[in-house]
Design a protein around this ligand. Structure first.
Ligand code: ZN
Length: 660
């Protein structure tokens, strides 16, 4: 039911920390664990101001820089493994003690990274070999909330970060029900958004959740100030510019890149929007209809209207779904139903492993099977969010997932193992290069593999008797598009807002208006009730409250189709992309491994070229994949006015913040 595959913690400390590596987290679920996140902001007491002052710039030599980096990487590797183990234990045995131990390990790691980033400044301006220069850059960029270089402000920033994260995590909507106070968590409210079709109930859940962030606003504004100060001290214009510096191009070039990709997919999004709006109006009547053509945010099955898969039944084509039911097929294999037994869970994971070995990758190590968490334990609390781990940056790979016998988990297993095989492929890179080529790549690889879980593949591994006819493709594609295409403008607007906030273009007095202006412009989604600056709706989204960069998810959505198309080509597979599975194809496996093994050692266009022959991200692949659906949507939309008032079109000359 909840199929949002948004990873909340993909390599939180990016380049440095391989722990946590990658995950499939339910975006609706309140995060458990501020520890690893908030420690971003650093809380080291020892890192006072000795940074660059003792070494005059320009006096350092390349040999010194090399020695510094060698020592830094050794230290980072050691601390990362320690933090990683502590976190694994914490997520597998949640107690006050394990939370403390894990937080301490993270704090230590962050303190050291902060200090190293500051110390590294003494090599600023030194001409060094490209690989070494790249390491210095990555070291600097490894903090998402750079702290000012003084104890008081650093402490304030750390506290603000963990407070904001905690406010979100504890957020609840409480109201009187039959004379008694009843409180609803984000999980409860998300379930309502996902399953209810009662407009009053939907409205109440939406409004209720958006109250949790009202008290965050001032804290967030101060957080922005302090983080910007830290970023400028490291030599960046502001924190947003610092984030955008992690893509092997200038921050402005990156903004333009993202905009260019959006332009490629925008017409498709508008078609989907137009079709879905029409179906929702059929279902809800006036409650779904607005004179400006926007869709009310509470009707799309998700608290943030970011993915719409939950309302697929409301928009499904008349002749139904995708033509098969994988959950039933799994049950038919004797795997049981509902929460899996350990044996059956392992059998499901074996399907995933088999996919990779069929491409030519070595099987997973024995320890993977011994140390992973495959089923929800009866006797203790664990973090069930799917995640793929790389404990020692060598061979200690693990999966953590409370497996149920159902289609979604079957696909998730393939996705997560994509992370694991990426991790193993780059393990021989130096520590700072043990990461994906850019932060969009890791998620994209997992999803690329999941795209090969086609009916043809299922038939080949004995999970499907007959491949459904082509006529079932529209249902199959529409279901996917409700998540993958619907997500695109959302994946973009989150950081658009944040970049404007960090740069000062949007001031605290305009936070909420700017937020809804962007939602209107890109998503065509409107709040269900009047909003004002007394609200702080951005804070009702986890990644804002927790300061997790977001544009990576946008990139991942684009890249996964580009990878998929390239691998299908390498495999020599003809025919529609959505029917292509690279299963058993060694040529595709080799091509994939070529990119994976590079890690982050080279600028990402090099890695992209290794897999696809292209040096530019390219959204035409996602369009190719969904081409039959686009044709069908446009037929359905005949006679409808496409889009909405105030939508973002290249020809539109309206000023930036208009509608509403
Ligand atoms: Zn993932």
């Amino acid at each position: 039911m909840f199929s949002n595959r948004i990873c909340k913690s993909l390599v939180v400390r990016s380049a440095i920390v391989v722990l946590l590596a990658a995950c499939t987290a339910l975006a609706q679920t309140a995060p458990k664990k501020p520890a690893s996140k908030s420690s971003e902001a650093s809380s080291s007491k020892s890192s006072s101001g000795k940074a660059s002052a003792t070494h005059a710039k320009g006096g350092a030599t390349v040999a010194e820089a090399q020695a510094f980096m060698k020592k830094a990487e050794d230290q980072l590797e050691d601390l990362t493994v320690r933090a990683s183990r502590a976190q694994w234990v914490q997520e597998n045995f949640i107690t006050d003690d394990t939370e403390t131990i894990s937080a301490q390990a993270n704090e230590k790691l962050t303190a050291v990274v902060t200090q190293l980033a500051l110390d590294a400044r003494r090599f600023d301006g030194l001409k060094m070999p490209p690989e070494l220069a790249r390491k210095f850059l990555l070291l600097k960029l490894s903090l998402t909330a750079p702290a000012p270089n003084n104890d008081a402000e650093r402490k304030e920033l750390t506290e603000l970060a963990s407070k904001l994260d905690g406010m979100y995590g504890k957020g609840k909507y409480c109201k009187q029900v039959e004379g008694k106070e009843k409180c609803f968590s984000l999980n409860d409210l998300s379930r309502i958004l996902a399953t209810s079709t009662n407009p009053d109930e939907l409205l109440d859940a939406w409004v209720g959740w958006h109250k949790i962030s009202v008290p965050m606003k001032d804290k967030y504004a101060r957080f922005v100030q302090l983080s910007n100060k830290g970023a400028t001290e490291l030599g960046f214009k502001d924190t947003g510019a610092m984030w955008r510096s992690n893509y092997d191009m200038s921050p402005d070039e990156f903004s333009a890149e993202v905009e260019r990709l959006w332009r490629q997919v925008e017409p498709f999004y508008i078609s989907l929007h137009t079709y879905v709006r029409k179906q929702l109006i059929k279902k809800y009547g006036k409650a779904a209809e607005r004179p400006d053509g926007m869709i009310p945010a509470q009707l799309l099955g998700n608290m943030w209207a970011q993915e719409w898969g939950n309302v697929y039944p409301l928009v499904a084509p008349a002749d139904g779904g995708q033509g098969y039911d994988l959950t039933k097929q799994l049950e038919k294999q004797g795997l049981g139903s509902g929460p899996a037994t350990l044996d059956n869970a392992k059998k499901m994971v074996k399907y995933g492993e088999n996919f990779f070995t069929s491409l030519g990758f070595a099987p997973l190590p024995q320890t993977f099977w011994e140390r992973s968490l495959f089923v929800k334990p009866q006797d203790r609390d664990v973090v069930c969010h799917a995640s793929a781990w790389d404990i020692d940056a060598k061979d200690d790979l693990r999966l953590k997932l409370c497996i149920e016998v159902k289609d979604e988990d079957f696909v998730t297993i393939h996705h997560e193992l994509g992370h694991n095989f990426y991790q193993r492929a780059y393990k021989d890179q130096p520590p700072l290069f043990q990461d994906s080529a850019n932060d969009g790549f890791h998620e994209a690889v997992g999803d690329t593999i999941a795209l090969s879980v086609t009916p043809e593949y299922l038939k080949e591994v004995g999970l499907l008797d007959t491949v459904p006819p082509e006529s079932a493709d529209i249902g199959y594609l529409l279901k996917q598009a409700m998540d993958k295409i619907a997500f695109l403008p959302f994946g973009l607007m989150i950081d658009k807002w944040r970049w404007e906030v960090f740069s000062g273009q949007v001031t605290p007095a305009q936070y909420n208006k700017a937020w809804w202006d962007l939602k209107a412009k890109y998503q065509g989604v409107a709040p269900p009730v009047e909003r004002s600056e007394a609200d702080f709706d951005p804070g009702a989204k986890y990644h804002i409250a927790s300061n997790t960069p977001y544009v990576r998810y946008f990139l991942a959505r684009i890249l996964q189709f580009q990878f998929h198309r390239a691998l299908c080509q390498a495999a020599g597979i003809q025919g529609p992309l959505h029917r292509c599975s690279i299963y058993k194809n060694k040529a595709a496996g080799e091509r994939l491994n070529k990119m994976l093994s590079m890690g982050k050692s080279k600028p990402w266009p090099d890695a992209l070229e290794a897999i696809s022959g292209q040096r530019q991200m390219d959204a035409t692949a996602i369009l190719d994949y969904f081409a039959p659906l686009k044709k069908w949507l446009d037929e359905q939309n005949q006679g409808e006015k496409p889009g909405w008032q105030g939508m973002d079109t290249p020809t539109e000359t309206a000023p930036r913040h208009t509608s509403r």
